[in-house]
Design a binder for this molecule. Sequence first.
Ligand code: DP6
Length: 333
Amino acid sequence: MITARSTPNIALIKYWGNRNDDLRLCAAGSTSMTLDGPYVDVSVECADTFSVSSHNKKLGEKDIARFSKTYELIKTYLTAQSSQLRAQSSLSISIDSHIPPSIGLASSAAVFSALAKAIAGLLDTGLTDEQISVMARLGSGSAARSIFGGFAALTNHESRIANNELIDTSTAYQIATSEHWPLHDIIIVPSMDEKKVGSTEGHAAAWSSPHFRDRLSAIEHHRLQDCIDAIREKDFEKLQQVAEEDCLDMHRCMSTQTPPLNYLNAETHRITGEIEEIRKSEHLPVLYTMDAGPTVHLFCEESARMRVLEYAKAQKGCAIFEARAGKGSRILG
Ligand code: DP6
């Protein structure tokens, strides 16, 4: 049995929409910071029949079908890589999640990156992290980025090759390590309601937004590179501008697609407005970003941490959680 541990990541340039939903081939590049916690452990072993179980959550038929489909796709990918790389015909998967359901952090990125890492460990044939990122992406697009510690990018290689639909035309890589820029993520959770529509369904309708094509073009033409440059140069102001622009742009697309997805609520808008004011008046290196929910992630440098934490703790009725840049997926043992 092999166990791998992984953590969520929070996007700075958001992944939204696919050019192939089945293979989760993303329509544009994205970037993120991998958190140092909370974590998920996934154990895998060879078995006669496919099974998946979770220590902390009752898995429904839909969940099991997703794991089974992911494993079939991973086998297809591995066979295409090399005839030596045939994965076991069946697998037993066991998930032990330490991500509290109340903190508004999606666990799929951590779960599928840990699954990919564990399968690679079981095969023990020296797959690269880039190859493992493809395996993770087949289960959840954003999981490809959690393979790496620090800051990662998920690329869209569509234009570089003749066949756009190839399984590995979207891979992740590390932009910089966690030591390069040890940013904090102070997380404010205004609502603990289960979201009604998950990312998978949302991605499938992304193209129906009249703003979606402009979004892809902005990411391709400047945003992705600006974000990567900001991370490499540790230029917080540049990161803040590009990350907030992209976050608000994604939510504009979400809310104008059919059917519309409005993940942000009045509390989110109040908090982001107040953060803009505090940042301006106190010259604080802090930025906000939100994924598919009302949870606000406040990324900041060490110099702003105490002030941002003080602000977060003063928010009545909100749960607060703190993380920093982490190390990515690893095999335990
Ligand atoms: C808004 O990776 O959760 O968080 O591939 O269906 O699992 P699936 O989608 P997922 O989508 C992430 C959407 C996002 C932005 C991001 O993390 O980049």
